[in-house]
Design a protein around this ligand. Sequence first.
Ligand code: SAM
Length: 190
Amino acid sequence: GFRSRAAFKLLQLDEKFGFLKRGQRIVDLGAAPGGWTQIAVDRSKSDKGGTGQVIGIDLLEMEPVPGATTFQMDFTIPEAPARLKALLQGPADIVMSDMAANTTGHTQTDHLRIAGLAEMAYQFAVEVLAPGGTFICKLFQGGAERELLAQMKKDFATVRHAKPAASRQDSSETYLVAMGFRNVAAPAAA
Ligand code: SAM
């Protein structure tokens, strides 16, 4: 079984977009209790061990997920992206963030906070993603994500909003799925 109901959101996003594949290197931001991590391991690693790699980080302690490397740290401190990069054995195929700060009850504050986490996740993603890679992150509709969206559309072939059925209909939670990373930082071919 899965450790979280959130697991079904990732499965539904993958059903729609088909980004999970064998042999991938996947970074899971806000991984606890580990539902997305379980799916990432299941889909990326072959029965024979395979070449996939799954790394997860969360503010909270989490039970280890066999086949994944997870650690407890606040993603927003500089040590966190550095540690993730040190663990990566090559460019990432997927950076996915289900991070959500504890809600304050003040809608605007909550939206800004989650948009801030999404922006940091994005900055990290463009530094580690392989060409063709995928970035997924949780957002709230009405959040301060307009600039982020504009940037994403430059950096990726496709950027889509999606609300998986497993996401409560009365919540404004939504996901952004960006596929086909263009790796604009790399020198263009002559
Ligand atoms: N995808 C997970 C799963 O399937 O089990 C559920 C993730 S849960 C909705 C959001 C997680 O984001 C929480 O565990 C929370 O601790 C984490 N989080 C929030 N802010 C964070 C931060 N600054 N750094 C790391 N993790 C953070």
